[in-house]
Design a binder for this molecule. Structure first.
Ligand code: UD1
Ligand code: CA
Length: 455
């Protein structure tokens, strides 16, 4: 059977107190709605339709690059049934229609797969049993336990309010009957809305089989209405990711103090200390160690690399056996070829650092090509910016740059060249020679002034 997915995302999300539409708020670095779309895609549906609200241009725009995604506008929010109705013209191939919610980000594909398979050409309903069911639609069953209907909180009497099994809102419906059921909805209820939940009673009246399933964890069905709920689901998502990584062989010194906001590909025996944040797409090779308080964004890190405490790395490649930090900043476009050292208070930007080269202390290396076996002394600055343009610094293999040197780009330091400490180098330095560009040291006979004695 062919699956179609409808994602309801027309709600305003007023309680977020935000200029950003609710479904664009992020969990684990990804908009709520994207979590739901990704989950839907993993079920291989023939079509996905997002129902968006008035002023939802920002939402559409955020997903403009997603292929095979249908959109249906619901200009006025007249209820969940009305919302699904808006999506029907976009569902031309589906046999089963799965209804999901743009603000319910943590539903597992396995849970939905089970629901869809159980539903078949009948009705599938995902419910949860809560200690406090306040606010949710209650599942009304007959004496034999057969589901009869869903009653919304505001339409329920005391007896129904005592029911703790509630509607998650997620259901799988037969396309062939859905159109007729939606057309038959009325808004004569406490909220004056067209309730999607009323299609259940219509299915039961037709004698249709209703299959009920429950998710493994209640948070799979939890929605986000305010920033407190957003924070709670962020932690739940982080915990889930951390558990997956632990099971996959990554050491997390404290899984509660680790954040992955994107994707991580990793090798064997990776060790990550506390308060590490990984963003975007991060690749860590075998035996990579990351010290406490590091942020890595869109990074590729090869085998046997040590990243010591308090480093910020972005958009770079760290070659095998290299050591970075503590307190290093590596900016986009940087490549450490391998076995290189970047030390404390060193910033590297848009530069290649060759095999075995060292920049160990207090330096800025920008727009540079550094060869193999180079030693860059403490306090070396590549002066790459003249106020208007950026220029390149080239340092050939085996060069030694003395401490506190300013390399005024564009400039080339030759193979095996040595630069005397404190030099300001604004002309190319030849291979194998010592180049010194600073005032020559002199010693003079001199009398220090002393205070005049008062008469
Ligand atoms: C709905 C269910 C309730 C269930 C609860 C689970 C109905 C009538 N009730 O209630 O049984 O326990 O979800 O959270 O379905 N939306 C639209 N357009 C609309 C109305 C809603 O897109 O016209 C979207 C909202 O953005 C939201 C979702 O549908 O993401 C649920 O709407 P909401 O009004 O919050 O439903 P509940 O009253 O919570
Ligand atoms: Ca509501």
């Amino acid at each position: 059977m062919k699956l179609g997915v409808v994602i309801l995302a027309a709600g305003q999300g007023k309680r977020m107190q935000s200029a950003t539409p609710k479904v664009l708020h992020q969990i684990a670095g990804k908009p709520l709605l994207e979590h739901v779309i990704d989950c839907a895609r993993s079920l291989s549906p023939v079509e996905i339709v997002v129902v968006y609200g008035h002023g939802g241009a920002q939402v559409r725009e955020a997903f403009a690059d997603q292929a095979a995604l249908g959109w249906a506008e619901q200009a006025e929010q007249l209820g969940t049934g009305h919302a699904v109705q808006q999506a029907m013209p976009e569902l031309s191939q589906a046999d089963q229609v799965l209804v999901l919610y743009g603000d319910v980000p943590l539903t597992r594909p396995d849970t939905l797969r089970e629901l869809i398979d159980a539903a078949g050409d009948g009705f599938g309903l995902l419910t949860v049993t809560l200690d406090d069911p306040t606010g949710y639609g209650r599942i009304r069953r007959d004496a034999d336990g057969r589901v009869l209907s869903i009653v919304e909180q505001k339409d329920a009497d005391a007896e129904l309010l005592a029911i703790r099994e509630v509607n998650t809102g997620i259901m799988c419906l037969p396309r062939a009957r859905l159109e007729a059921w939606l057309a038959g909805l009325s808004n004569r209820n406490a909220q004056g809305e067209y309730y999607l939940t009323d299609v259940l009673a219509a299915a039961v009246a037709e004698g249709m089989d209703v299959q009920v399933r429950q998710p493994g964890a209640a948070n799979e069905a939890e929605g986000v209405n305010n920033r407190l709920q957003l924070a709670v689901l962020e932690r739940a998502c982080q915990q889930r990711q951390a558990e997956q990584l632990l099971h996959a062989g990554v050491t997390l010194r404290d899984p509660a103090r680790f954040d992955l906001r994107g994707s991580l590909a990793h090798g064997l025996d990776v060790e990550i200390d506390v308060n590490v944040v990984l963003e975007g797409h991060v690749v860590l090779g075998d035996r990579v160690q990351i010290g406490a308080n590091c942020v890595l964004r869109d990074m590729t890190v090869a085998d046997d690399v040590m990243i010591l405490e308090n480093c910020v790395l972005e958009g770079a490649r760290i070659g095998p056996g290299s050591r970075v930090g503590p307190f290093a900043r590596v900016r986009p476009g940087t490549e450490l070829v391998g076995e290189a050292h970047i030390g404390n208070f060193v910033e590297v930007k848009q530069s290649v650092i060759g095999k075995g080269s060292k920049v160990n202390h207090l330096s800025y290396v920008g727009d540079s090509q550094i060869g193999a076996g180079v030693n860059v002394g403490a306090g070396t600055i590549t002066c790459n910016y003249d106020g208007a343009n950026k220029h390149q610094t080239v340092i050939a293999d085996g060069a030694f740059i003395g401490s506190n040197t300013a390399l005024v780009a564009p400039v080339t330091i030759g193979r095996g060249a040595t630069i005397g400490a404190g030099s300001v180098v604004n002309k190319d330095a030849p291979d194998d020679k010592l180049t010194v560009a600073r005032a020559r040291q002199v010693s003079l006979d001199w009398q220090r002034p002393s205070k005049e004695k008062k008469a």
